[in-house]
Structures are given as C-alpha cells and as structure tokens.
Design a binder for this molecule. Structure first.
Ligand SMILES: [Zn+2]
Ligand SMILES: [Zn+2]
Length: 302
C-alpha cells in the first residue's frame, strides 16, 4: 500500500519520476518552492534521529533516542513531538527506534515503515497501539510536501532502507547502516543536495579494539554491517557532482572512530578530485547539528 498524506504534489508541483528537480546547471528558482529546514538531532552508533520541515510537513527520520531526549532536542529548535506529521523509520535496530514506543503512545504520531520493520517495531514495543503507514521497499510515496524514495540497503536487519527525501527546495539523502554501497544505491541517492553518510569506523581502530569480541568485529566489517571511513570516502567521491553541497558524516562509532579521522579521510578524497564545493559536516550523538535551510538545492546555515 502506498500511503498518501495530503500530497503536496497535488498543488501543481511537478512530480519527478526519475532523478532530481535540480539537474546541475539548470537549477530553477521555483516561485512556488516551499522552503525546507533540516536538523540532525543526533547521530552515532548509540542513537540516530533527524528532523525535516517543509511547509506544514514535519517529519522525524528515525527515533533512536529516548522520547525525552527527542522532545528536548526538538524543543531546542522550537518544535515539539505533538506537531509531527510522521516518523520515517529506516530499520528496527534500537539506535533507530528506541524512542518510538513512548513518543507514539503519547502523541499518536504516524510511523512510515515497510512491513517487516513494522512487525519488528510491534514486537519491540508490545502493547503500544501504533498507527502505521506501510510502504514497499523500492517505492516512492508522498508525505505532505515531501516525496520519499525508500530503497533497500545491505544491513543485518529485517528489511533496512535508505531514503531520498525530495522537496521543492532540494533533496536530502540518508545513507547509514549499510555494509557496502551498491551501484543501485548510489543511483538512488545521487540526486541528494545534502547527504547524511555513514562513516562508522576506522578499520584499524576497530581491528585493534580489545573490548569487542571477534564475532562483533566481523559483523561490523561484513557486507551487511557498517561503512568504514574509507568506504564513506569512496561513496563521497562517487557522488560528488555539482549539485551535492553538503555531506554530514554520520553514525560514527564512539570507540572505533573519531570525527577528525572521519573528516580527514573523506575530506582528503574529495580534495583529491577537486570537489571543494562539497562541505563536510560532523554529527554527534550528544547534541543536535546546526539547522540547515535549503533553497533551490543550496543548503545554508543562518
Ligand atoms: Zn544504526
Ligand atoms: Zn542498524
């Protein structure tokens, strides 16, 4: 079933079946464009949650902190869970759904998830009466003024997805929790103007880590695990077209990575191909990033 919540495309905006509203060099200043604002409320292997607002459409992408934390972080940008249109969920790991039970039972906010993820969420929070809109992995659907592409990613969850969120102000890609990036995935996320990209671990720090058992290291390093800094650099290089303006390095491991190491690895690769137009942003598990305002595909921090 394709969920439809008061589609903004019905107002004459051109629905895009293929790629971007903003083909490089032909970025039109749509007079009817609705401004978008985007805030990563937190990202790391212990919790992930982001907020996107386009006109009246207010979405969370994942809810991997406690409901209280999410409420506090939304309050820091003047928003509240009660005002949300919905929550898009990538997959059922705790660092993406931790706050769902309390948040949804208090507010009744709708969850957008695929079928297997919905089942896993229900199992994780027995007794909570969630409202779900179920999407098909690989499909495109609208939530208010946001058009969502949900595509499959290789990760050890039931049916994990990445997202490309298309708005009339620009496109935001979510590419975290994946063991490797296939050609198909790169094509799906390529129209992004702003990309949240997993840069989970430094391979050497992970291999040298004495606290993690071998089996866990194998899981993280596997083709269904997490992207290393080097793998993130390869993805960044592949996607660094003109219209990509900002990459947030996300989902960093607390023990097996450091923000400066991730930035250095990805930054060096971008510099080596002359992609100096792509800004790199750090993310933190402990605090929200500055809000980015998107207009005509250009992200700005005011
Ligand atoms: Zn995760
Ligand atoms: Zn995960």
């Amino acid at each position: 079933m394709v969920p439809k919540v008061e589609s903004g495309w019905g107002r004459g905006l051109v629905p895009t079946e293929s790629t971007s509203l903003f083909v490089p060099g032909t970025r039109p200043p749509y007079p009817w464009a609705v401004p978008a604002q985007f805030t990563i409320l937190g990202s790391g292997s212990g919790g992930n949650c982001a907020y996107l607002e386009v006109g009246e459409t207010r979405l969370l992408i994942d809810a991997g902190f406690s409901a209280r934390q999410i409420r506090e972080r939304l309050a820091s940008i003047g928003r509240a869970p009660e005002g949300l249109t919905g929550i898009l969920v990538t997959h059922e790991h705790g660092d993406h759904i931790q706050g769902l039970g309390t948040l949804c039972s208090k507010t009744g906010v709708r969850i957008f998830a695929n079928r297997f993820t919905r089942e896993a969420i229900q199992e994780a929070f027995p007794g909570v009466g969630f409202s779900f809109s179920v999407f098909e992995t690989g499909s495109t659907f609208s939530v208010g003024d946001v058009e969502v592409d949900a595509f499959s990613v290789p990760h050890d969850a039931m049916d994990p997805v990445g997202f490309l969120l298309r708005t009339s102000a620009g496109n935001i890609g979510f590419l975290t929790d994946l063991g490797h990036a296939t050609r198909l995935i790169l094509e799906r996320v390529r129209p992004a103007n702003v990309l949240v990209l997993e840069s989970n671990h430094d391979v050497k720090l992970l291999q040298d880590d004495t606290r993690r058992p071998w089996s866990l290291k194998q899981r993280i390093l596997s083709r269904h695990g997490h992207l290393s800094n080097d793998a993130a650099a390869a993805v960044a290089e592949e996607l660094a077209a003109d219209h990509l303006r900002q990459i947030y390095l996300g989902h960093l491991s607390r023990d097996c990575n450091r923000p400066e190491l991730a930035r250095k690895t990805v930054g060096a690769r971008l510099t080596s191909i002359g992609a100096t137009h792509v800004r790199l942003g750090d993310t933190s598990q402990d605090a929200p990033c500055a809000t980015v305002h998107l207009e005509a595909g250009i992200p700005q921090i005011r």
